[in-house]
Design a binder for this molecule. Structure first.
Ligand SMILES: Cc1ncc(COP(=O)(O)O)c(C=O)c1O
Length: 422
């Protein structure tokens, strides 16, 4: 049986579905990097060949975990081996410079962290707030943005004010405006929600916040690696993102952007080696001179050079395709899926906004005649890796697509979904 036949057999879809004609899967070998044109589906099929992703399932859950391409895995492995061969563990100064170039920021504005949540915790505890001060979030937070702020509220009596996301960028900007008052000190929204993939108009929100003297601490878990992102141009004070989702970097890699002008507004509550400008335990009382004038103060102690090398390889992979090409491709796949799901509107409700600016790479829908869990489990059995979304009572199926996905995979998904919902 060919791989296509085997896969269709797994799906229980038979072999005569016209929409699946020409269905092809990644080969477990390493093809040369494609040269384009990026408008052709063939280019993206060849991009799929840059990943070791198994041909036994269709992976539609990049919003949770972004599988790394061969180039990242190779760089990671080589660096780890080199370090453990030479014993020269070095530092990540060069990698930091390369990563900051990727995001359009200064080398002093980036802290290398381990996940988005770590960055959010640095912000939630670092921003000086008094009891009664208000922070704006949404009712659609991921636990990683909810719990750190809830924890701060529990200890320090700050007040969390939430908005219910609406269908358009204009409405969402208005919702933020409505929540702002003299006590508002921080806007801590996600760039893209994990529930429905809604994209907030972060640039406009940051500009509004700045005009009112409010700090912006953005949860960027789904921002880096999707948009052609220039963090400086985005205008936020702080942006916590990760490399293990859309950047397709190593697991356990992330970053925190701290705008130069805003660095000193944060209390560095957790520090260590490389955070300080000097300390002395031989005087009485012992002294701490100060903090390095850089976001580096937040990634103290021994760090993994190999992970930083893997992050750079991930940024290079993006650059090789082109950040704009990636953004365009993600929007194309998203629109393709949106239209396919819209044709099934008697069977499901799409929860992701229709407005194109309000979505990029994730779509959530709720089946009308069965539970989202039953539908999600059936999709899983049929060979599709999706995510079920209980957060915020959304109760939906979330499908997320990245550069390794093809339109044929989405066709197969839509066919399977139709069968499940019949
Ligand atoms: C919107 C959002 N914020 C934060 C997180 C937490 O990310 P991390 O696992 O990198 O801490 C996630 C993870 O899925 C997320 O979707």
């Amino acid at each position: 049986m060919s791989s296509r036949r085997t896969f269709l057999h797994h799906l229980g879809l038979g072999l005569s579905l016209p929409t699946l004609a020409g269905f092809s899967f990644a080969k477990e070998n390493r093809n040369p990097f494609p040269t384009g044109p990026v408008q052709d589906e063939a280019y993206w099929k060849a991009i799929r060949g840059q990943f070791p992703l198994t041909a036994d399932r269709i992976y539609l859950n990049n919003g949770t975990f972004g599988p790394a391409p061969f180039s990242v895995l190779d760089a990671l492995e080589k660096s780890n081996r080199d370090i453990n061969t030479s014993g020269e563990y070095g530092n990540s100064d060069q990698e930091r410079i390369q990563l900051t170039q990727f995001f359009g920021i200064k080398p002093t504005e980036l802290s290398i962290t381990h996940n988005t949540t770590e960055g959010i915790n640095i912000l939630a505890w670092g921003i000086p707030l008094q009891p009664g001060d208000e922070v704006i979030l949404t009712t659609h937070e991921h636990v990683g943005n909810a719990v750190p702020w809830l924890n701060r509220a529990k200890y320090d009596g700050i007040v969390l004010r939430t908005l219910e996301p609406k269908a358009t960028q204009e409405e969402n900007l208005t919702e933020v405006q409505k929540l702002i008052n003299s006590k508002t000190k921080v806007i801590a929204l996600p760039h893209v929600t994990c529930t429905t993939g809604l994209v907030f108009p972060i640039q406009e929100i940051c500009s509004l916040a700045k005009s009112r003297g409010i700090l912006t601490a953005i949860d960027g878990a789904h921002g880096a690696g999707t948009f052609d992102l220039n963090l400086h141009a985005l205008g936020c004070d702080f942006y916590a993102g990760c490399f293990h989702k859309w950047m397709l970097g190593p697991s356990g890699t992330a970053f925190l952007y701290l705008r130069e002008e805003s660095l000193e507004k944060l209390r560095p509550l957790m520090i260590g080696g490389h955070s300080d400008t000097g300390w002395n335990m031989n005087v009485n009382p012992p002294t701490l001179a100060g903090y390095v004038p850089s976001a580096r103060r937040f990634d103290y102690g021994t760090q993994s050079k190999s992970l930083a090398v893997g992050m750079v390889a991930a940024a290079e992979f993006h650059d090789k395709i082109g950040k704009t090409n990636i953004e365009t491709r993600l929007k194309t796949l998203n629109q393709y899926l949106f239209e396919g799901l819209s044709e099934m509107n008697s069977k499901l409700d799409i929860l992701t906004p229709e407005e194109k600016e309000s979505r990029i790479s994730l779509i959530s829908f709720r089946p009308k005649n069965t539970s989202y869990q039953a539908c999600g489990n059936a999709l899983g059995k049929a060979g599709f890796r999706i995510r079920q979304v209980p957060e915020g009572g959304v109760n939906a199926i979330r499908v997320s697509t990245h550069v390794y996905n093809t339109q044929e995979e989405l066709d197969a998904f839509l066919v399977a979904l139709k069968q499940i919902l019949t």
